[in-house]
Structure formats: C-alpha cells, structure tokens
Design a binder for this molecule. Structure first.
Ligand code: HEM
Length: 332
C-alpha cells in the first residue's frame, strides 16, 4: 500500500503478508509480545500488520518508540479501544480513563474538584467518569504493582547472588529487620537497580495500551496512516541484544552508575509509557514497590517452595507469571 504525500510516494512499513479477512491474526499466537518481537527481527523496528481489518503498526526500538510517544505525541495519543473491551458490560469503555481521547481526558482532569459535587446534566456525566476513574485506578494500580513485585521476588530467588546484594545493602543502610522509610530510597541504589532490571525483563504492560493515529504520520521514511492502531513493543525493546548485553540475564549491576531511568525520557526503558499518556500512577507505584520489596527482603529470609521454579509468562493486557510464585518466609 502506498500514499501520495506532497508529490512523494510513501509506503506503509514492511510486514508479513496478511490473509483475507483475518489478516495476520493467526500469527500473534498466545504471547503476542513474543511473536511480534520475532516478526520485528525479520521486518524491522517499524512494521505493519493487519489484525482482522485494523491496520496495525508495531514499533520495537527506542527511536521508533520515541517518534510515536514523543515527536508525534499529539497525533498518536488517542486510544484504540479493542473489540474485546467494547463488548464488556457497564459501558466501562465509554467512561474509562484509559480509553478516553486526550481532549476529554484533560477536560475531566481540569474540572474534577468542581464537577464531582455538581448536579447539572453535564456534571452528572463527569461524575460517571470519576466513578470509572476510580475503578481504573484500582485495576491499573493493584494488578500492575503486585505483578511487578511477584516478578522481582521470582527473579531474586532465581538469582541468589543478586538477592544477597540487596540484603547486604539493606542491612548496611537501614539495619536488619528495620522498617524502610521513603527517605532511605535514594541510599539504596542496588534495590533501585533491581526494580529497573525487573521492569526491563518483565514490563507488566508489554505492548503499552494501543494508540490510534489521528493524522498520517511519517516515521523513518514510512507512513503510519490515519486511523491505524499502534503498539509499542516494550518487551522487545527490553530484550534487544543491540541495546543490552546478555539481554535475557537478570543483572541489576547493568544499571549501577547508569543514568537510565523509567520515567519516559529514556526510550530503551519505558515500562510506564511516555509522553502525555504516560502512566499517572508512576510516582505512587514506584514508592510502593521500593517500600514493599525492600521490607519483604529486609524482614524475612525467603525460600522457594519448589527449587525448579517455572518462569513462564501468561499474556493479557498485563503479563503475569503463568505459575504463581510460591515461597516460604522465614522470620529473622
Ligand atoms: C508497576 C506499576 C505500574 C505499571 C508498570 C504501569 C504501567 C502503565 C502503562 C504502560 C500505561 C499506559 C501508558 C501508555 O500507553 O503510554 C499505564 C496507564 C495508566 N496507569 Fe499505570 N502502571 C502502574 C501502576 C499504576 C498505578 C499505581 C496507578 C494508579 C494509582 C495507575 C494508573 C494508570 C492509569 C489511570 C492509566 C491510564 C492513563 C491514560 O490513559 O492517560 N498505574 N500504566
């Protein structure tokens, strides 16, 4: 497919050939982030597919992710509501903050304190939005943070050397068995590196939340057409061997002395997304993770119930461990 723009012909990014009607749906399999990472090895860091009838562009490198999330942010910040969500009860998708177009989102954010208690018709609508907003916050917050905790503990129990290093750091900084305070966090660089490494290998929202492009945009010589949905394969970026040494190994040390953060500035590590749709729960989530993980490690010794722990993933909008982590805390 090609487009005529300003006298020059531009093309959709390359990608696998779609079948009639179903397009490339069958190629996604049970773990789309993995299948799409494999396809990107053949077709490149910006590729196009057809999922059913929907033109879909998948970006899988820091520079293409930056182009979508930052350089063309204003044209790609609306959400694409998946069919599976449209069929859900309670019309949650109409009010859910996650799927709202940015214009409505900001109107609600700006008017929230006044409208919450209002009684006029338009205000009633905003009250509905706020109810759904709280549902979003509960769902988005609870699940993602606890999934990250589970992966972090699983990786540490799988990598006893890393676990010993966090323990030692906590012991020397906070004191064995003592509660961790927020002010301790900056003095715990190894704990911070453990969280970054967990996000690199196990981003809980592996393809971010799909975006919809409101105008044709050009990225690295290709056109992403108006109406296309865009996935950012954060999982693939986290395991790209051209960016990371030994990408499949859990090595928190790689972040010691590095300035790479996950706050939407460094596109090689974007577990919370970036740009104007970046996760609004980031500051809260991070504080919770440091305090919870630090306390669990500083207050107990941990033993795996089964030494041959399975590290397989289970895909959904978030990726969880397929087999729940089973551990035995031993009081210290
Ligand atoms: C480990 C914890 C968390 C991770 C990894 C995470 C990740 C994400 C990601 C990737 C997005 C989509 C961003 C994008 O498309 O660019 C998102 C959106 C969102 N997150 Fe989080 N999140 C976490 C915790 C939380 C918490 C604690 C809350 C609330 C208290 C929260 C509330 C939300 C909401 C409301 C959205 C939708 C924002 C929008 O569409 O504008 N998240 N999150």
């Amino acid at each position: 497919l090609s487009f005529n723009s300003g006298g020059r012909r531009k093309h959709l990014p390359p990608g696998p050939r779609p079948y009639p009607v179903i397009g490339n749906l069958l190629e996604l399999g049970g773990k789309p982030h993995k299948s799409l990472a494999k396809l990107a090895k053949t077709h490149g860091p910006i590729m196009s597919l057809r999922l059913g009838l929907v033109t879909t562009v998948v970006v899988s490198s820091p520079s293409t992710a930056k182009a979508i999330l930052k350089e063309h942010d204003s044209l790609s910040c609306d959400r694409k509501v998946p069919e599976s969500i449209l069929s859900q009860p309670y019309r949650h998708h109409e009010f859910s903050l996650v799927w709202l177009p940015v214009s409505t989102l900001w109107r609600i954010r700006n008017s929230m304190p006044v409208k919450t208690f209002g009684a006029r018709k338009s205000e009633m609508i905003d009250t509905k939005h706020i109810k759904h907003l709280f549902a979003d916050l509960l769902i988005a917050g609870n699940d993602t943070a606890s999934i990250t905790m589970e992966w972090a503990m699983a990786e540490l129990l799988h990598n006893p050397e890393a676990l010993s290093k966090v323990k030692l750091e906590l012991e020397q900084t906070v004191g064995k068995g003592n509660p961790i305070e927020e002010s301790d966090i900056t003095r715990l660089p190894y704990l911070q590196a453990v969280i970054k490494e967990t996000f690199r290998l196990h981003p809980t929202v592996p393809l971010l939340v799909p975006r919809k492009v409101s105008e044709d945009i050009e990225i690295e010589g290709f056109v992403v057409p108006k109406g296309a949905q865009v996935f950012v394969n954060v999982w693939a970026i986290g395991r790209d061997e051209s960016i990371w040494d030994n990408p499949h190994s859990f090595m928190p040390e790689r972040f010691l002395g590095s300035d790479v953060e996950f706050k939407g500035q460094h596109f090689e590590l974007i577990p919370f997304g970036a740009g104007r749709r970046i996760c609004p729960g980031l500051p809260l989530a991070i504080r919770m993770l440091y305090l919870m993980l630090g306390s669990l490690i500083n207050s107990f010794d941990w033993k795996l119930e089964n030494e041959d722990m399975d590290m397989e993933e289970k895909f959904g909008l978030t990726i969880k461990k397929a087999q729940p982590l089973r551990t035995i805390p031993i009081a210290i």
